[in-house]
Design a protein around this ligand. Structure first.
Ligand SMILES: Cc1ncc(COP(=O)(O)O)c(C=O)c1O
Length: 454
């Protein structure tokens, strides 16, 4: 009888935090910005695939990918090679003033994932998600000649002034920073698990549409609205998937009033949901503008704002960025796309990382749903692909943030890197190279951690 090799497990060589980690955490607390959060003591030293080793030699399984960024895992050889190759050629000239082939071809490649027959799209490159969002809002205002922007409660769009104004997830992002951007309003997000506006899981999409129509009749003149910006699947707000009818109805509403529809795909995009963009799970919906960052280049800083050619009408010189579209980051984006699309295969991940995200993500969600019987405090398991939210609830069904925090620490203590979001949610957003076996290892750690909470 042959015995299968035991799958790789986290390896904890010290208690947590280890001595070197503790020293760096202390130095960090003395010299870095007081705004940085530190959910638990972890200081990375190096990574390989879905594994990260801290400065004390403790190796942990990565179930959050640096907030949905490290799509191809850590130090993927194909990405490393692409970066090394480009860095020996040139690292900067400035895309705002001169074209560079590596970024031109990246744009050509990216628009293919949004263009429909007969359509043409264009790309603006920045460095961060917030910059892509700023660009989207500036473009929408410039194109329409209107000023008002509608965003959603629970959303996260970044931390620059325009982006925090749009953000609707936590007051801490806004307190003491005003005045913010004028002419921005927030409407509820249709969360089927906690339906707003007195609606049900099934009716909450229509209820939000009716709510916006109500605002147009009373408070916000529709002909002054430049754009509605929304995450097609809400990230920071709790990894929420809206009901199937909502985005098509939102599209129709925008069409009725000549409003630009902006989909912020910074967190759910780039293959994480099992499709290139999370809006592609909703039949027939096409935005006017899309923002992308995070997973686009496996951790190298680059972002993109894609818009229909008919919308990208701002004049020469009206917008730009010194570093945006940096050639080294663009090389990493090409390599990331190779793996996402399947032009380059990753061992054990099927035809492409997008396909792997869909299949392994489905396995993780099915396993988590199976755990709900043993752990009644797991109120909801939701998502698509490797964009998965796990909501902790009290016996009365209200969100249990404290229990979620304890669960997060218990998982970390067992070598599973994870991150919270929303009021009481753990987001499961691993590198898209996670295999079924590695997923099973992570799930076993979660089960063990959750048992320890009882
Ligand atoms: C949906 C969404 N938009 C925008 C941002 C801002 O991105 P960045 O932190 O790169 O500016 C984030 C970051 O979490 C995000 O999740």
């Amino acid at each position: 009888m042959t015995t299968l090799p035991k799958p790789r497990q986290p390896e904890l060589k010290t208690s947590l935090p280890g001595p070197k980690t503790a020293v760096i955490m202390e130095r960090d607390s003395q010299h870095l910005s007081t705004s940085y959060m530190r959910p638990y003591p972890f200081v990375p030293d190096h990574g390989e695939g879905v594994w990260l080793t801290d400065v004390d030699g403790n190796t942990m399984l990565d179930f959050f990918a640096g907030i949905a960024v490290s799509t191809t895992g850590h130090a993927h050889p194909h990405v490393v090679r692409a970066v090394q190759e480009q860095i020996t050629k040139f690292t900067h000239v400035c895309l705002t003033d001169y074209p560079q082939e590596i970024t031109t071809s990246l744009a050509e490649r990216m628009v293919k994932h949004v263009e429909r027959p007969g359509e043409k799209w264009r790309v603006f490159f920045g460095n961060s998600g917030a910059e892509a969002v700023e660009a989207a809002v500036k473009l929408a205002r410039n194109h329409t000649g209107r000023s008002h922007i509608i965003s959603t409660i629970g959303s996260f769009h970044g931390r620059t002034y325009g982006a925090i104004t749009l953000t609707g997830s936590k007051t801490k992002y806004k307190r003491g920073f005003g005045p913010l951007l004028p002419n921005v309003s927030h409407v509820p997000y249709p969360n089927p698990f906690r339906p707003p506006l007195g609606a049900t899981a099934e009716t909450c999409g229509q209820a939000v549409i009716d709510h916006i129509e109500g605002l147009f009749q009373t408070i916000i003149p529709a002909d002054e609205v430049a754009a509605i910006i929304i995450e097609p699947m809400q990230g920071e707000g709790g990894y929420i998937v809206p009901p199937a009818d909502f985005l098509p109805k939102l599209r129709a509403l925008c069409d009725r009033y000549g409003i630009m529809l902006i989909f912020d795909e910074v967190q759910a995009g780039m293959g994480r949901s099992g499709k290139m963009y999370s809006f592609q799970h909703f039949d027939g919906v096409q935005p006017d503008i899309v923002t992308v960052a995070k997973g686009i280049a496996s951790g190298m800083p680059i972002s993109a704002m894609l818009a229909k050619e008919s919308v990208m009408t701002w004049p020469v010189g009206s917008h730009g960025s010194t570093y945006g579209g940096n050639p080294v980051a663009a090389a990493a984006a090409h390599a990331t796309l190779d793996l996402l699309e399947g032009a380059v295969k990753h061992p054990g991940c099927g035809d492409s990382l997008m396909e792997n995200a869909a299949q392994v993500g489905e396995f993780i969600m099915a396993e988590l749903r199976g755990m709900q019987a043993e752990f009644p405090f797991l109120g909801d398991v939701r998502g698509a692909g490797m964009f998965i939210g796990l909501e902790f609830v009290k016996p009365d069904g209200s969100p249990d943030g404290k229990l979620r925090d304890r669960a997060s620490m218990a998982m970390f203590g067992r070598g599973l890197l994870n991150l919270d979001c929303g009021e009481a949610v753990i987001r499961i957003s691993p590198p898209l190279i996670l295999t079924r076996e590695e997923a099973a290892t992570g799930l076993e750690i979660m089960r063990d951690a959750l048992r320890a909470l009882k």
